[in-house]
Design a protein around this ligand. Structure first.
Ligand SMILES: O=C(O)c1ccccc1NCC(=O)[C@H](O)[C@H](O)COP(=O)(O)O
Length: 411
């Protein structure tokens, strides 16, 4: 067990924000949090930055008074805060606010580790456990935390203004949805989005002699309607260079940029690098972000594939305007277990009806290996499938497609 250390005694002023600025409070009044994460910010964003030592202390150690005072002397006056620190405090406030919105929508994935470990109140003491709140709950959260740092660095090298300038010289996007529809009506089978995937956190390296352009061309020859290109480097050994290379190699299938999007900047970047579509993961993004990102996608001519894992995410996404393409991922990102009956479960009953009414195309994702699997998800209601492992492992991925569908779908 990690070490536990008492931080300091607390006052009501540190525990209840709204009234704390006012006057002296009796000592040893405290708030006991049964479930401290995600925690309500102890002050609202509209409260001016006359806030309290507890919060300052979490991010600005120089403000830490070891013991709160019985009078207001422990409070730091606004005028003593250097401007840069005040900005950090605001950022912290916004982060906590974002976490709270996400949590209210059932999103468990946090955008980044908590700035300081959560506090536990026991008697008059606040405790914290080392590492608590700073260990990702699953692989998706780990990926997102890393992505947060990665994107900050990438943005510095290629700011949004520069990307916007580059947009004027990129070729037009290809019609991702149109390609799926065309393939479905041509073959009577779910349209294939074949994934260019070198490795994954669950399976490790899937193909040693990995040539992304050759694989993409083989997929196209084999009858794929669209391709998905993993661009995450650290966990999937993918790259934006792969996306660009495939785009520049004369491959005609529309390309999905398979990224872990947390910021609109990434959408612009994907567009500049040759994407025709981009993945938005509901387990990571709050509703408003999805809605706003879909608008950006439309502005840039991209298709948004909005991915869900469970009923709650599906219901959220069905309530968002502008969603045209939903992916149901059969992989549990906590356990990595793949269960294709997830697709069926999420398309049953009223949900399935709403999807049909809205004309949304559903993509079955992950764990599809045989013609029986394809038949099963088609029966459940999907009009497209996204397949990586079972194709990329084949010596000839084009033949792999015929094997997967039980027939040649290339003509
Ligand atoms: O593939 C993984 O191990 C994985 C782990 C964590 C997050 C995402 C992951 N996969 C992304 C995908 O959605 C799949 O690459 C895609 O659906 C294809 O799946 P498969 O056919 O099973 O390779």
């Amino acid at each position: 067990m990690d070490s536990v250390m008492p931080l300091r005694t607390t006052t009501a002023a540190t525990a209840t924000a709204a009234s704390a600025a006012a006057t002296v409070r009796p000592r040893f009044s405290f708030q006991l949090l049964a479930n401290p994460r995600p925690r309500k910010p102890a002050f609202s964003l509209s409260v001016p930055t006359t806030i309290f030592t507890t919060h300052r202390a979490r991010i600005l150690p120089q403000f830490t008074p070891v013991r709160a005072q019985e009078d207001n002397s422990a409070l730091v006056s606004e005028s003593t805060i250097p401007e840069g620190d005040a900005l950090k405090i605001k950022e912290w406030e916004v982060e906590r606010f974002q976490d709270e919105i996400a949590a209210s929508q059932g999103i468990k994935i946090r955008r980044r580790p908590t700035t300081g470990p959560p506090l536990h109140y026991v008697g008059p003491f606040e405790f914290r456990m080392q590492n608590e709140g700073n260990t990702p709950i699953n692989i998706l959260e780990e990926i997102i935390w890393y992505k947060d740092k990665e994107v900050s660095q990438m943005k510095e090298k290629k700011p949004l203004l520069l990307l916007k300038k580059l947009l004027s010289s990129v070729p037009p996007t290809r019609d991702f949805l149109g390609a799926l529809r065309e393939s479905y009506s041509r073959t009577g089978l779910p349209a294939l989005i074949a994934e260019v995937k070198k490795a994954s956190p669950s399976r490790g390296v899937l193909r040693e002699n990995f040539n992304p352009v050759e694989i993409a061309k083989a997929y196209e020859r084999g009858g794929a309607a669209c391709l998905s290109v993993l661009t995450d480097q650290k966990y999937f050994q993918g790259s934006f260079e792969n996306l660009e290379a495939i785009r520049n190699a004369g491959v005609e299938c529309p390309l999905l940029c398979k990224e872990f999007v947390i910021e609109a900047w990434q959408i612009y970047y994907a567009r500049v690098k040759g994407a025709d579509a981009i993945l938005l993961i509901a387990a990571v993004l709050p509703n408003l972000d999805i809605q706003y990102m879909i608008k950006i996608c439309k502005l840039l001519g991209l298709t948004a594939l909005v991915e869900v894992h469970d009923e709650r995410e599906m219901d959220r996404v069905l309530g968002i305007d502008g969603v045209e393409l939903i992916g149901i991922n059969n992989r549990d990102l906590g356990t990595f277990k793949v269960d294709i009956s997830n697709t069926k479960k999420l398309l049953e009953g009223e949900r399935g009806e709403r999807i049909r009414e809205k004309g949304i195309i559903v993509v079955g994702e992950s764990g599809l290996f045989t013609p029986a699997d394809i038949g099963y998800v088609q029966e459940a209601g999907v009009k497209a499938v996204l397949v990586g492992e079972s194709l990329v492992k084949q010596e000839d991925p084009a033949k792999g497609i015929s094997g997967l569908f039980g027939k040649d779908i290339s003509c």
